[in-house]
Design a protein around this ligand. Structure first.
Ligand code: MTE
Ligand code: MO
Length: 182
């Protein structure tokens, strides 16, 4: 055991909680689209995304429910790399990031989104579908909320104005928590 009480043999990814994978998540059908206020809308396959220049980040993950996973090593592509290939219009200010599980989506100011990682590897292995594979958004700023770490990201919608009613990630995430083990 290490002095902090964590067993050396357990990988940090095992500290992430396992949640059921919703039925509408099908990794075989996965593509990444960049839509909205861009000059070149994109639809990328997994191979296309993996071929982009990569970036990495090691960080802890904390859920509002009170659990934490330490030292997660993410590898993926910077959202900036994907966005720049789509040429956002000059007036672009926000992105709405959509997932494969229905209405789950969260809005970010575009500069905050540019810094995030679109991760497709965790601890040196392909990101398992139960933790958001093929691709999970990993915000890089300290103040990020757990529901902003969006699993099964499938679309980045670029917007010129801030969306309101379609920012559903917090609502859906908290609703799932309250209907399961609370
Ligand atoms: N698409 C999607 N992403 C999501 C969620 C979700 O329900 N759907 N839940 C969020 C919440 S509240 C948490 S704590 C983490 C859980 O990640 P894990 O299942 O890998 O432990 O995913 C976040 N991202
Ligand atoms: Mo969470």
């Amino acid at each position: 055991m290490r002095s902090d009480g964590f067993d050396d043999a357990s990988r940090s990814r095992d500290e992430l909680e396992s949640h059921p994978v919703p039925d509408d998540v099908d990794p075989e059908e996965w593509t990444l689209r960049v839509t909205g206020a861009v000059s070149r809308p994109l639809c990328l396959s997994r191979d296309d995304v993996v071929a982009l220049p990569d970036g990495e980040l090691t960080d802890d993950f904390t859920c509002v429910e009170g659990w934490r996973a330490q030292d997660l090593s993410w590898r993926g592509v910077r959202v900036e790399t994907v966005l720049s290939r789509a040429s956002p219009r000059a007036a672009a200010r926000y992105v709405l990031v959509h997932a494969m599980d229905g209405d789950y989506a969260s809005a970010f100011p575009i500069d905050r989104a540019r810094d995030a990682l679109l991760a497709f590897e965790l601890d040196g292995e392909p990101l398992p579908v139960e933790h958001g594979g093929p691709a999970r958004l990993v915000p890089t700023d300290d103040g990020a909320d757990c529901w902003e770490s969006i699993k099964w990201v499938t679309e980045i919608e670029v917007l010129e104005t801030e969306p309101a009613s379609r920012d559903t990630a917090e609502e859906i995430a908290l609703d799932r928590v309250s209907t399961t083990d609370r």
